[in-house]
Design a protein around this ligand. Structure first.
Ligand code: HEC
Ligand code: HEC
Length: 456
């Protein structure tokens, strides 16, 4: 009852959104009428919760896309990344995976781009793109033709574009992992890598700039190490990169634990990233980090309890609510028709829930376990290097929806399996979920499972 009218009135609220106040009024009125009718929203009026959610989602989207939380103090003040970025051509910027939002470009520029009349080798064009707020996740301040500062936002790593105008130029896709972004190469441009070396050295083992360069160079596209400044573990013992794949930030509603190793909830991790990684000005509290044996750098630099400096405003905490709701509102995009074989996927679905035992951990429709979805490295028949860099020392059952959007950098936390066929082989051989007894899948069954995974 009343479904359509409610939706319509939400739209009206959006239309009025120029005036947030108009919506606030609507929600206040609704609160009153809802109370008078014992919780039922008035016919044709958005109920207070819907109106509030609509506002929070709008605000969360703004934060996700554009808020730097004051992190310019680090990226500009300390790493001076604005200096090399102002010399970078659009061609290079696109090559390291930066994405351009076509909707932010003046119509003239779009026309010029279409006609191939934009000089992609001219750094002045990069500046113009930054000035138009068109580079996803990078907030630049351009004054008098010079780049004065840059700051980073969540959109840098957790969004991409649909390439509708050109490769790397198109409409925003919030929540999608940027599999092309070479964070290591970008940070490596900093003229002050000493700052990173000094920071990592605080863990007790001296780290020099040459080592920092090797570590940043080891990541490659689509990868980032969100624990490096806790434990200074730049590389795995076998010499491979210690970074993990950038995961999507959509499809998270209903999922309890986040990150590959289950650090915590979405708002937990958002605060962690905003304060300890992006270096925004805010509060972050996690006494688990006050552990000099496991997290020597975090312990030495006080990451277990970060507060804004004297006289500084907390630019993170007040935003966590809206940011959280926005992320929860981002649905996993359905796999496009034609990107998988429906018949094989249907057989794969039956195997997933039956003989292959996948659904014991990947419980539909979340595709992770409701509850505490963590497993030991031994259960997963892999090494525990990355797991041991997190408080619980385990791997989280990865939610599988929208897998098709992030298949470029391999699978599992570090992309160790190049193809879905390899992933399925790994389960089959090691009898994961089957007490170690191999699953006994034949080639056709394995192919069907892989097809089902592509369809999610
Ligand atoms: C420099 C790239 C980068 C930036 C910027 C970044 N993230 Fe992430 N994000 C990652 C990586 C890498 C992981 C995986 C970390 C891990 O498992 O150790 C991750 C994990 C996450 C997850 C967990 C998803 C899941 O369920 O697995 C969420 C949620 C998230 N980020 C949100 C954010 C928000 C919100 C911001 C802005 C405040 C942000 N991220 C900024 C790279 C980034
Ligand atoms: C014991 C619990 C468990 C069972 C059973 C299980 N998985 Fe997983 N799955 C996990 C965990 C944990 C991860 C994350 C591993 C990592 O990040 O290193 C994962 C990751 C994955 C991934 C990679 C997702 C990504 O984004 O890289 C795929 C694909 C996958 N599982 C498919 C399957 C299939 C197919 C089966 C059945 C043959 C299955 N899983 C059975 C726990 C399980």
């Amino acid at each position: 009852m009343g479904r359509l009218p409610r939706a319509v009135s939400i739209t009206v609220c959006f239309a009025l959104l120029l005036g947030v106040a108009a919506c606030r009024n609507a929600s206040a009125e609704t609160t009153a009428s809802a109370e008078s009718r014992a919780g039922a929203p008035a016919r044709g009026q958005p109920d207070a919760a819907s109106a509030n959610a609509a506002l929070m989602v709008q605000e969360g989207r703004r934060i996700f896309r554009f808020d730097t939380f004051g992190d310019e103090a680090f990226w500009t003040g300390v790493l001076r990344l604005h200096e090399p970025l102002s010399q970078v051509s659009p061609r290079t910027a696109l090559a390291v995976g930066l994405k351009v939002d076509v909707d932010a470009l003046p119509r003239k520029v779009v026309a010029a781009l279409k006609a191939g009349r934009v000089d992609l080798d001219d750094p002045a064009v990069t500046l113009a793109l930054l000035e138009a707020d068109a580079v996803l996740g990078v907030k630049g301040v351009v004054e008098g033709g010079a780049l004065r500062s840059i700051g980073l936002t969540c959109a840098l790593c957790h969004s991409t574009v649909d390439d509708s105008l050109a490769p790397g130029v198109g409409r925003r896709l919030d929540g999608w992992a940027n599999q092309d972004l070479n964070v290591g190469a970008i940070v490596g441009l900093s003229p002050n890598l000493e700052a990173i070396a000094d920071l990592l050295s605080k863990g007790g083992t001296p780290v020099d700039v040459a080592t920092v360069k090797v570590v940043l160079g080891s990541w490659g596209p689509g990868m980032y190490d969100a624990e490096l400044n806790l434990d200074a573990k730049g590389l795995r013992p076998d010499g491979k990169a210690a970074a993990t794949r950038i995961p999507p930030a959509f499809g998270l509603a209903g999922v309890n634990l986040h990150t590959w190793t289950g650090w915590g909830s979405v708002p937990y991790w958002n605060a962690y990233v905003a304060v300890t990684q992006m270096r925004g000005i805010g509060t972050f509290f996690d006494p688990r980090l006050d552990d000099a044996a496991r997290f020597p750098v975090a312990a030495a630099t006080g990451l277990a309890d970060v507060r804004p400096g004297p006289g500084q405003e907390d630019l993170v905490t007040p935003k966590l609510g809206a940011l959280h709701l926005y992320q929860l509102s981002l649905r996993s995009p359905p796999a496009p028709a034609g990107s998988f074989d429906p018949g094989a996927a249907a057989s794969g679905k039956a195997l997933f829930a039956g003989k292959a035992r996948c659904a014991t951990c990947h419980v539909a429709p979340l595709f992770t376990e409701p509850g505490w979805a963590l497993h030991t490295a031994a259960e997963m028949a892999i090494d525990d290097f990355q797991a041991q860099r997190s408080p619980d020392g385990r791997y989280r059952t990865a939610p599988l929806r929208g897998l098709w959007t992030h298949m470029k950098r391999g699978f599992y936390h570090d992309g160790r399996f190049g193809t879905l066929a390899e992933v399925v082989d790994h389960y089959d051989r090691n009898g994961i979920g089957n007490g170690g007894v191999p699953l006994g899948l034949d080639a056709g069954e394995k192919a069907a499972l892989a097809e089902y995974l592509k369809s999610l």
